[in-house]
Design a protein around this ligand. Structure first.
Ligand code: COA
Length: 376
């Protein structure tokens, strides 16, 4: 299985509505793949809260409006913030039936009030033990951060360094939500508390955007990147049912499956896109996927020039987090890197990349491993 084409919009508070965002990402991916709409056998659309925020639920049926005459199977896939990863996973299972599948994700969030967005996002959590108790997402991840600090003697300074790196990388990515926003360590440490210990600059923003991929059964040329593996796992939805908030069981399981299926080890990975909806989650996820011991992620060098560059384009934190698009955008970033086309944020000699996409506070996760280069 190969990724033949990629497309994405800028992320941020944008003027365009969901259909225009979808169109722009699809056009980019189809042109990049050098195919026409007739070559697409099926389409998977990823979206999370279009129904709540825009009263737009039947998004798969938008595709024929954007690609006139298109009448192939289109389905919508939803798995909260892992919707993009789940759409990709679904496409990999369907690829035996089709030569090319279009996978596209979109979310339009900025037109709604923050309170409405926060409420809609909270629908990814447990109703009884979380939503009815006011445990919205910043609160859920704040609980994880507090427990992580207590267990491993870590502090907000460890989170601030994650945010600093992400904002640095986003400044190299013209499509990022926070491209052109200068963020210094003291800006992070003095930003308003959202839910203690998490501050504003520990949070991913409310973004609009879309991203698309063309998946193909056969390799057509050296720019096509091989999907070594794409694996999904699920876990109980409520934090109160999990034995340990300082590690992510669903990430551990999905990563183990993905590494086993790819037949490679953690040391083989040249770069990773890790689901950093809140800074604490980048640390917990790296540990859970086996890149270091529990509690040791703050010591990893994840900068662009380091041994394991993480979130090279700014991550969800600073590139942006238009939920349905985020997991697909992670793959577009890896493909650029593995084609050696990532410009100022290019990781030298990148051959193998990993994408990690989590739903909610860890109820679902998808880990994908890609390989690029002439001999894949
Ligand atoms: N990081 C950095 N800056 C941010 C930001 C973020 N996450 N969110 C907002 N800002 C900035 C805005 O750009 C704006 O800056 P300006 O005054 O220079 O223009 C300022 O902060 C105020 O923005 P506003 O939109 O009013 O913020 P808000 O208070 O409505 O929302 C959060 C802030 C943190 C509550 C919101 O971004 C949020 O809910 N994030 C988490 C989203 C989430 O849970 N996603 C799912 C994860 S599982």
């Amino acid at each position: 299985m190969f990724i033949k084409g990629i497309g994405r919009t800028k992320f941020g508070a944008l003027n365009e509505e969901a259909p225009a965002l979808l169109y722009s990402a699809i056009l980019g991916a189809v042109r990049d793949a050098r195919i026409g709409p007739d070559d697409i056998g099926a389409c998977i659309v990823s979206n999370f809260i279009g129904a709540q925020l825009e009263n737009r639920a039947h998004m798969n049926s938008l595709i024929p409006c954007l690609l006139p005459g298109f009448d192939k199977p289109c389905i919508r896939v939803e798995s909260a913030c892992a919707s993009g990863g789940a759409a990709l996973w679904t496409a990999t299972k369907m690829l035996g039936e089709f030569d090319n599948i279009l996978v596209v994700g979109v979310e339009k969030m900025s037109a709604a009030k923050s309170s409405a967005v926060t409420g809609a996002l909270a629908s990814a959590g447990d109703v009884e033990s979380e939503q009815r108790q006011g445990v919205v997402f910043p609160a859920a991840y704040a609980l994880m951060a507090s427990e992580y600090f207590a267990r491993y003697g870590r502090s907000p300074a460890d989170l601030a360094r994650v945010a600093l790196k992400s904002h640095h990388n986003a400044n190299l990515n013209p499509l990022a939500h926070f491209y052109h926003k200068t963020v210094r360590l003291q800006d992070i440490e003095n930003s308003p508390v959202v839910c203690s210990p998490l501050r504003l600059l520990d949070c991913s923003p409310i973004s609009d955007g879309a991203a698309a991929l063309v998946l193909s059964r056969a390799r057509a040329g050296p720019r096509d990147v091989r999907i070594l593996s794409c694996e999904m796992a699920t876990d109980v939805i409520a934090l109160s049912q999990r034995p340990d908030l300082t590690s992510s069981r669903v990430s551990r399981t999905a990563a183990k499956r993905a590494f086993d299926a790819a037949g490679i080890g953690r040391d083989d990975v040249d770069l990773a896109q890790v689901h950093d909806c809140f800074t604490i989650n980048e640390l917990i996820s790296l540990e859970s996927m086996g890149f270091c011991e529990p509690g040791a992620a703050p010591q990893l060098d994840t900068s662009l020039g380091g041994p394991l560059p993480v979130n090279t384009d700014g991550g969800l934190k600073a590139d942006g987090h238009p939920i349905g698009a985020s997991g697909i955008a992670q793959l577009t970033k890896l493909v650029l890197q593995l084609r050696q086309e990532a410009g100022a944020r290019q990781v030298r000699d990148a051959r193998i990349g990993l994408a990690h996409n989590i739903g909610g506070s860890g109820g679902s996760a998808v880990v994908s491993i890609l390989k690029g280069g002439p001999d894949v």
